[in-house]
Write a new protein. Structure first.
Length: 95
């Protein structure tokens, strides 16, 4: 039996090799079967939430430019970014 965990926590090994949890950043809603990354209230099957950067990035390898995706204010943004600096080089908006 595990004690000391919080309901919805996804447990992981922290920097000290102890069990860690961070509900605000990594949360499982067991009754709704939804995963939240960056949120403790996932509204979708997998909910990626942030107010400061891309919500999803896709790349083929560590040397490829990543495609990043973000939704803000009802608009969807696509961009490419450098694999080393993550600076946006090209952007597209769908409103």
């Amino acid at each position: 039996m595990l004690t000391g965990g919080t309901a919805g926590s996804v447990l992981f090994a922290d920097a000290s090799s102890n069990l860690g949890q961070s509900n605000a950043n990594f949360f499982w809603n067991n009754s709704a079967s939804k995963l939240g990354i960056g949120t403790s209230t996932p509204a979708f099957l997998a909910n990626l939430a942030t107010t400061t950067g891309p919500q999803l990035a896709l790349s083929g390898s560590v040397t490829d430019n990543a495609w990043t995706f973000r939704s803000i204010g009802g608009a969807l943004y696509f961009a490419t970014s450098s694999p080393t600096t993550f600076a946006t080089s090209t952007g597209y908006t769908v409103a």
